[in-house]
Design a protein around this ligand. Structure first.
Ligand SMILES: Cc1cc2nc3c(=O)[nH]c(=O)nc-3n(C[C@H](O)[C@H](O)[C@H](O)COP(=O)(O)OP(=O)(O)OC[C@H]3O[C@@H](n4cnc5c(N)ncnc54)[C@H](O)[C@@H]3O)c2cc1C
Length: 441
């Protein structure tokens, strides 16, 4: 799904209850009440639509990229949180039981304040605040990622349920059948999205098990994990994509982690991953035994040059961020891609370089120039020193930028920011930059 189609679908979903309320609603209330009601309806609809963004749908992330999808999710969450938290304070608050407004003798424009409406509203309001704060401050919290993610998902479902109950018991527009029907559709889609991600897909994956074929050191604190399909033909993917792995866990386990596929599509069907030790799960990866069961949810992601016709490809990676770039190069080697490839590959020191010998050998098979950039180079190092930053990009990529190459970036966030800035300064348009970050919240 292209970005513009997703934006249109989301905008329609968010506007649907509001539009129906406007079309079928009763007498117009004072502007503050209308604004409050509108914010509440759009915010609740946005909250329900968020489940689609975080639902890991290939149709969405395959074109737009999982990190951009998640950034939209976060941005939308912040906007809807502000709208929903502010809305109760905007009402002029006459209770229908006490007041009759001039021009509204039927009290159709009044709020129906009842115990359920108040309780659900107050709980949803508090829950939403907690949900958003714990998401923004996640890195500072002492919780394991999996615990946070489960809490975030369940919390979001609870807040959405309370918000809906609040709207249906207290909202004037939500009492209209057309608006109530639109809530039912949005709630159904959100529920289906949750069921698909956490139940249906894992159950389908259980029928396509994998086996850990090898686990071997690949560089300092980095391991290569090779998986082979058990009784099925494996995964069809495009070079540069990634998958969620459950290693030595049941298919329904919550302990799953995203890793880029470092091997090229095709071959014997096995998949290779490069896993950097980064926390409780990855620190134990070396203890994973060959023969263990694995489940592969994928392919996901859009970091791929398949179908791109640019005259050259510049790959810029840092650390284990080279994994998807290796897949792209391996695929280029397999199909004897005649285009020039430039790989700028940053690491702190030489012991962290992944697939160094293979990259050297590849230069004999395809038109590949690899430039290693080391922050702590060994004595006698004649290559580039320091970080992959704007200055280096300006130096090494000016020709590629002029000639209309495509740029593929994957590395630590500070490096990505620098490279993006450098490419923008060279006038490279966004459509020629593909990027993926290894953080997913
Ligand atoms: C699209 C993508 C591709 C990636 N490819 C690679 C790769 O090829 N090689 C590699 O070494 N790393 C890769 N990563 C990063 C890798 O997923 C994390 O390093 C790993 O999940 C850390 O888990 P942990 O329990 O060891 O560390 P923790 O300390 O638990 O987590 C460290 C950070 O990793 C992220 N993370 C942890 N668990 C998950 C999860 N279940 N789902 C999503 N994010 C999580 C969170 O941002 C967290 O703050 C990729 C990440 C993404 C999003």
């Amino acid at each position: 799904m292209p970005a513009i189609a997703l934006i249109t679908v989301m905008a329609l979903a968010i506007a649907a209850p509001l539009g129906l309320g406007w079309a079928f609603g009763g007498p117009v209330r004072p502007w503050r009440d209308e604004l409050a009601g509108g914010l509440a309806m759009a915010g609740t609809a946005a909250l329900l639509s968020e489940f689609l963004l975080s639902g890991r749908f290939r149709m969405i992330s395959g074109r737009i990229g999982i990190d951009r999808t998640m950034r939209w999710h976060q941005l939308l969450a912040r906007v809807l949180t502000v709208g929903l938290l502010v809305h109760p304070f905007l009402y002029t608050l006459p209770d229908a039981s006490q007041f009759v407004r001039p021009g509204d003798p039927t009290r159709a424009g009044m709020l129906g304040i009842g115990a359920v409406m108040l309780a659900t509203g107050a709980l949803a309001w508090l829950g939403l605040g907690v949900l958003t704060i714990t998401a923004i401050a996640r890195d500072a919290l002492p919780w394991r990622y999996e615990a946070w993610r489960l809490g975030h998902g369940l919390g979001a479902a609870l807040v959405a349920g309370l918000g809906l109950a609040h709207a249906l018991t207290g909202g004037r527009y939500s009492a209209l059948p057309a608006v109530a029907a639109s809530w039912a559709v949005l709630a159904g889609l959100a529920g289906a999205s949750l069921a698909s991600t956490y139940l249906i897909r894992p159950l389908l994956l259980a029928r396509r098990p994998w086996r850990v074929a090898a686990v071997q050191p690949a560089a300092e604190r980095c391991w290569e994990v090779v998986l082979e399909p058990l009784g099925h033909e494996g995964l069809r993917f495009r070079a540069g994509q990634f998958a969620w792995l459950r290693l030595d866990r049941p298919a329904l386990s919550r302990r799953e982690h995203p890793f880029s596929i470092a091997s090229a599509p095709g071959g014997d069907g096995s998949l290779s991953f490069l896993v950097k030790q980064a926390g409780d799960f990855t620190n134990d990866i070396g203890a994973l035994r060959p023969g263990a069961r694995a489940f592969v949810d994928g392919p996901h992601g859009h970091l791929t040059i398949d179908g791109r016709r640019e005259p050259g490809v510049c790959l810029i990676g840092g650390g284990v961020g080279v994994a998807p770039l290796l897949s792209i190069l391996r695929a280029a080697r397999a199909r004897r891609d005649p285009r020039p490839f430039l790989l700028l590959y940053g690491n702190r020191h030489q012991g962290q370089v992944l697939a160094g010998a293979e990259l050297d050998a590849m230069a004999q098979e395809i038109d590949l120039t690899t430039e290693h950039v080391l922050q702590e180079p060994p004595s006698g190092w004649s290559g580039a020193r320091g970080m992959v930053d704007r200055a280096l990009v300006a130096q090494r990529c000016a020709g590629a930028a002029r000639e209309g190459w495509v740029f593929v970036l994957c590395g630590p966030p500070p490096m990505m920011r620098e490279v993006r800035g450098g490419l923008a300064a060279l006038g490279v348009p966004s459509r020629r930059i593909l990027e993926e970050r290894f953080t997913y919240d």
